[in-house]
Design a protein around this ligand. Structure first.
Ligand code: MSP
Length: 513
């Protein structure tokens, strides 16, 4: 089995400042990337910005800037967000880069050569904000304006010469692929929506525009600009050196293991993208996972509603691990989730400060005081101690399985349970009682609890990497030792070296914060 793993985020429109929705897609992808790395995979994690199209051109005009200069500035804020979110992306692609032009040109040529492209005229509705075409039955009238039923964004009537992609010709092949690859689209409810949409019949797709200029020109007919979604989706290949299909990167990582996206862009990823790839005679990605929306005041965040949550502000106030933990614990990955500052505070205080954080601090200061700051040996573990340790080890295969199905909520629930159980074990075992009368017993308890802290920290590392690294470094674990395998291994704890100091892990949030 290949030990390579390719995961992507959507590439973001640099039309405005990044918001919590963007941060969410990226954090989710980073958690999977980190997990696969500590599982021993060679991971390629891609993110970036989607810079062409009418939406960006209009936004640049509004700001009285040339589109490229406008994109340079905003793309940079997305790039710096990757640092603020502590993402481990291997690459950051911009669709205005030459490597991407090359790749999109090749895709176009392949589709043209296979006979999947023809010239005609598009007459219908278009939403610039969604960069999407809509049928008559997908729009409605609101306050005298025509809007998309699904996104609520304004649509306009378009009549222009356009190249079309023979999407209708791929309908049966797509349905066959969904049938054969049951987990291609997850979660399941989303898959069913896609399948019934395709079953209703696919119309050919307009894949070029002539009414603006900001984009990649169609080869051999430069008055046409390639439709921004055909352009954007190809980024997943551009980053792997496509069209050089002999390059190591391409050979190691294509097809992608999972595209993490929001549910609003599922149609593009689960219908158009595989159809383009089928026509280009390229392998299809293994999975598209459509997460729900982060709601603010129970509504999707948008500039026009003025309810944007700024991740950078929240991180400044509470910390990045805290935000990552909260988003994963409190929002069910496949569904929409409202977030509130009140819940964020409770989550930091209850789960992070009082539970995991407090356990680590208490245990380490006990060892410092009573054991010369060294982890005692675990030669005399009793049944109870072994049961606690084994319970985590026995769960590893099912935890890996949860991650492989992107079931992050069940995963974190399990790990939090381990942490509560470890706390209870420490309280109930009362090592302080044995200090004088039975030091061997005290040592066994301390060894067991440190073993648990180590295991829980490795399992929490993908979600809260900064804090868990601090804990593991205290135990003299180096970063390269943070591996799932080191949960299984006995005798991995360093008993000879003193524990390093651990600063407060999570500050409790007071009400007036
Ligand atoms: N540029 C396209 C994606 C092209 S991928 C080949 C795009 N960009 S976007 O900036 O509008 O959105 C990027 C991602 O952010 C989408 O997955 C979208 O669902 C996600 N989010 C935007 N707002 C969101 C929330 N309020 N909540 C969660 N994610 C949402 O679409």
């Amino acid at each position: 089995m290949s030990k390579n793993f390719y995961i992507t985020t959507p590439i973001y429109y640099p039309s405005g400042k990044p918001h919590m929705g963007h941060a969410y897609s990226s954090i989710v992808a980073d958690i999977f990337a980190r997990f696969k790395r500590i599982e021993g995979y060679n991971v390629y994690f891609l993110t970036g910005t989607d810079e062409h199209g009418q939406k960006i051109q209009k936004e640049a005009e509004k700001n009285k800037k040339k589109p490229k200069i406008f994109c340079d500035e905003i793309s940079e804020t997305f790039r710096s967000l990757t640092k603020i979110l502590n993402l481990t992306n291997n690459d950051f692609i911009r669709t205005t880069e030459p490597r991407h032009f090359k790749s999109v040109n090749e895709i176009w040529k392949r589709l043209f050569k296979s006979g999947d492209i023809y010239l005609d005229k598009y007459t219908g509705w278009y939403s610039v904000s969604d960069e999407a075409y809509y049928d008559e039955d997908e729009i409605e009238e609101k306050n005298g304006k025509k809007v998309s039923k699904s996104s609520g964004s304004l649509v306009e009537w378009v009549e222009e010469e356009s190249y079309f992609f023979k999407l209708s010709a791929w309908q049966d092949k797509l349905l066959e692929y969904y049938k054969k690859n049951k987990d291609f689209i997850l979660p399941n409810a989303r898959k069913n929506e896609v399948i019934s949409f395709v079953e209703k019949g696919l119309k050919d797709l307009s894949i070029s525009r002539t009414s603006f200029t900001w984009g990649i020109p169609v080869p051999d007919n430069e008055k046409h600009i390639i439709y921004v979604w055909l352009d954007a989706l190809t980024n997943y290949l551009s980053a792997l050196n496509f069209p050089d299909t002999n390059s190591d990167k391409y050979k190691s990582f294509w097809p992608a293991d999972v595209h993490i996206i929001g549910k609003d862009i599922l149609r593009f990823h689960a219908i158009y993208w595989p159809a383009f790839l089928l026509a280009a005679n390229l392998p299809l990605p293994k999975r598209v996972f459509g997460h729900g929306w982060i709601l603010s005041d129970k509504k999707k965040m948008s500039k026009s509603l003025g309810n944007i949550l700024d991740p950078i502000e929240i991180i400044k106030n509470y910390g990045i691990d805290q935000l990552r933990y909260y988003l994963i614990k409190e929002v069910s990955l496949g569904n929409d989730g409202s977030i509130s500052m009140e819940n964020l505070k409770n989550c930091i205080n209850n789960d992070l400060a009082n539970n995991y954080g407090n356990l680590c601090q208490r245990v380490f200061s006990f060892i410092k005081k009573n054991c010369n700051n060294k982890i005692p040996n675990g030669n005399n573990l009793n049944e109870n101690d072994l049961k606690l340790i084994k319970n985590v080890k026995n769960h590893i295969p099912s935890l890996i399985d949860l991650i492989n199905k992107q079931n992050l909520n069940e995963y974190i629930k399990k790990v939090v349970t381990f942490s509560f159980e470890a706390n209870k074990y420490f309280n109930d075992s009362e090592p302080w009682v044995f200090k004088k009368k039975n030091p061997v017993r005290m040592n066994a308890i301390l060894f067991t609890i440190v073993e648990q802290i180590k295991n829980i920290s490795i399992l929490l590392y993908p979600i809260i990497p900064i804090s868990t690294k601090k804990v593991l470094n205290t135990l003299n674990f180096s970063d390269k030792d943070i591996l799932i395998d080191n949960i299984y291994k006995d005798n991995i704890l360093n008993l000879d070296q003193e524990l390093k100091n651990l600063d407060i892990l999570f500050k409790k949030v007071e009400d007036d914060n």
